[in-house]
Design a protein around this ligand. Structure first.
Ligand SMILES: NC(=O)c1ccc[n+]([C@@H]2O[C@H](COP(=O)([O-])OP(=O)(O)OC[C@H]3O[C@@H](n4cnc5c(N)ncnc54)[C@H](OP(=O)(O)O)[C@@H]3O)[C@@H](O)[C@H]2O)c1
Length: 318
């Protein structure tokens, strides 16, 4: 039987790397994984982990694919020897954290280029063949930041909100083609995401006013707490990708954690947005008591909300 051909973007680290390994080492040996990387010089850790996991020979191949470059995307597609991709995973992404006015030159366009235009380029390259074959699955790494606005993550959230609209729109169109589109909505995950933030954590903070800098410090403390309480390991998250991949009728959205669902619901229940804005503001900026063990009792819904991947783990540079 033909193996399921999977192509994943952004496999140098984190979720992409772990998903590539998980599928390539699946006991069924039913997957052929093309793990793609922006820069093939970064493929060492992936191969090291593949050896440690005992991935069978031929189960994993790496390809260069920079989502900012259409030629690079087309080049990767041309190197898929099976001539088809059954499952496309659009995972490559970049974070941007800090006051809007502190984002360094080029950071905003760069993040939008990777997260939004990069996903569009990848879909443009692979969807036509899936439509022609009347078969295919697309999994996109989504984020709580695509379902709710988070302070100091405005541009990142804008990019992930854009993916929601992109995927939802395509899901409607693609159904009659037998192509399924799923967003895997992640909360905070322990990956290299924080280390790779565009422009570094906070950006050019000196260009922000004192009150904004103070709020940014509070935000960081909030995020440290959210990470401690709710961050998942990539292995846990990749199992949700597998659930979507194996579903007879895949849903549009899969959540890797239920931790943030109350706030997602609150956001939709009060369409004025007032309840959400107030709850998030309290949780992030006013709930300093949440630093201590009392935190669990302070507005349990709001206290666990926000931050997601966007926060600074305790080790992050301040
Ligand atoms: N970690 C979280 O808390 C979290 C939560 C929700 C959603 N997410 C999303 O999960 C996805 C994966 O992130 P991660 O947490 O696994 O972080 P990560 O370890 O930083 O992985 C991001 C991957 O994207 C790649 N990438 C960046 N720019 C690229 C480009 N132009 N072309 C191709 N690949 C590119 C990176 O490659 P390089 O190393 O070469 O830059 C890296 O392999 C992202 O879309 C992120 O938004 C993460």
């Amino acid at each position: 039987m033909d193996r399921t051909v999977v192509l994943i973007t952004g496999c140098s680290s984190g979720i992409g790397l772990h998903l590539a390994l998980r599928l390539a080492s699946d006991p069924s040996q039913s997957f052929k994984v093309y793990a793609t990387l922006r820069d093939l010089k970064a493929q060492g850790p992936l191969w090291e982990a593949a050896r440690a996991r005992g991935c069978p020979s031929g189960s994993l191949e790496t390809l260069q694919l920079d989502v900012r470059d259409s030629d690079s995307v087309a080049g990767a597609r041309a190197r898929v020897t099976e001539g088809r991709v059954d499952v496309l995973v659009c995972n490559a992404g970049r974070g941007l954290v800090g006051p809007l006015e502190a984002h360094v030159a080029g950071a905003v366009s760069s993040v939008l280029d990777v997260n939004v235009a990069g996903t569009v380029r990848t879909l443009q390259a692979f969807l036509p063949d899936m439509k022609r074959r009347r078969s295919g699955r697309v999994l996109v790494t989504g984020s709580m930041g695509g379902l709710m606005g988070l302070p100091f993550n405005a541009v990142y959230c804008a990019s992930k909100f854009a993916l929601e609209g992109l995927c939802e729109s395509l899901a409607v169109l693609l159904l009659p083609f037998g192509v399924h589109m799923s967003l895997i909505e992640c909360g905070p995950v322990h990956t290299a995401f924080q280390e790779k933030l565009e422009g570094g954590l906070g950006g050019a903070l000196d260009s922000a006013d004192a009150k904004t800098r103070d709020l940014f410090s509070r935000y960081q403390r909030h995020c440290e707490r959210v990470f401690r309480e709710a961050a998942q390991d990539p292995e846990e998250v990749t199992e949700v990708f597998l659930t979507a991949l194996r579903a007879q009728r895949p849903a549009l959205r899969y959540f890797t954690t239920e931790h943030f669902l109350p706030l997602v619901r609150l956001r939709f229940d009060d369409s004025s947005g007032c309840s959400y804005v107030a709850a998030m503001r309290r949780a992030v900026f006013e709930d300093e008591s949440a630093e201590g063990p009392e935190s669990a009792r302070v507005e349990p819904e709001a206290a666990g909300l926000g931050g997601s991947e966007l926060g600074a783990p305790a080790t992050a540079p301040q």
